[in-house]
Design a protein around this ligand. Structure first.
Ligand SMILES: Nc1ncnc2c1ncn2[C@@H]1O[C@H](C[S@+](CC[C@H]([NH3+])C(=O)[O-])CC(=O)[O-])[C@@H](O)[C@H]1O
Ligand SMILES: O=C(O)C(=O)Cc1ccccc1
Length: 258
């Protein structure tokens, strides 16, 4: 089903996420395929506490860091929610947005959304989406890099090199905005916030079976780090300052300054 969205200004997929509603004999590893694309807006809103607030405010924050005549990156863009927030909020002269994702299904739908926006609104920042692995992407000089829940899907041993390349590409006055699910080193805190996240999902209509099967699907592909690991790795990558600006349960967003 597609419904008109007053925020996006055009029809977006509104299919409810029922991907894990039926018992599966074997739960396959989670992949960002066509089936996920169809339900993605519903899935991420019902699964990530604070997601709409984070996305909208990335636009607000980005407007403070965007430098004239520069590129803004949305790395792991999925359907381009962050790209759209950047286009709505950033008014800095001669900026353009490059969204990147390695899922062909995501890129195809994201591109449709961007073209629909181009057709409906004037004076939006130019935006393009490219299908690429962010680990092998050459970054242009950039004033703003957003990675909204993407780093957690990168192999842990490659995270530092990626952040180092982002740091090297960042212009003075720019920033990286990094949102991630967090893990906690204190067992009691980890258990409490995991339980509260499950309560959040339950309150959003997910059954115990859906919650359990989704957990199995993501456990091999999504590896959260602790806030301390993020901070240390960002400093090791050459960032000089790490400032958390949002946390809701076990989901957080950080600003890292070059
Ligand atoms: N190596 C990679 N290269 C490029 N893309 C990748 C890679 N690995 C994973 N991805 C992509 O990163 C995205 C992660 S979702 C981001 C949500 C979005 N930012 C949002 O604000 O709506 C987060 C989530 O679903 O929890 C997917 O689209 C992957 O295809
Ligand atoms: O669903 C979860 O439990 C998550 O932690 C986040 C998520 C959201 C969307 C796709 C994959 C993971």
């Amino acid at each position: 089903m597609a419904a008109f969205s007053p925020v996006a200004g055009f029809a977006v997929s509104q299919d409810p996420d029922r991907l894990f509603a039926q018992p599966l004999e074997r739960v396959p590893d989670f992949v960002f395929n066509e089936a996920v694309v169809r339900v993605f807006p519903d899935m991420i809103k019902r699964s990530v506490p604070g997601y709409p607030t984070i996305v909208e405010n990335i636009g607000v924050l980005a407007a403070q860091f965007a430098q004239p005549h520069s590129v803004l990156y949305d790395l792991g863009s999925s359907l381009g929610a962050v790209t759209q927030a950047l286009r709505r909020h950033v008014q800095t002269a001669d900026c353009r947005v490059i969204a990147v994702d390695n899922s062909a299904a995501m890129v195809e739908r994201c591109s449709e959304y961007l073209h629909a926006q181009d057709a409906m609104f004037q004076e939006l920042l130019p935006a393009e989406v490219i299908e690429a692995d962010i680990l092998s992407l050459t970054l242009q000089p950039t004033s703003l890099v957003a990675m909204n829940f993407t780093l957690q899907f990168i192999q842990p041993e490659r995270r530092l090199e990626l952040l180092s390349r982002i740091r090297q590409a960042l212009l003075p006055g720019g920033a990286l905005i990094l949102s991630e699910k967090l893990r906690f080193e204190d067992d009691e805190q980890q258990a409490l916030l995991t339980e509260l996240h499950i309560a959040f999902k339950r309150a959003n209509g997910y059954s115990e079976l859906e919650i359990a099967q989704k957990r199995n699907a993501i456990e091999n592909v999504m590896k959260p780090d602790s806030l301390e690991q993020h901070r240390e790795r960002l400093l090791a990558a050459g960032f000089r300052k790490v400032v958390p600006w949002f946390q809701c349960l076990n989901f957080a967003s950080l600003i890292a300054l070059p």
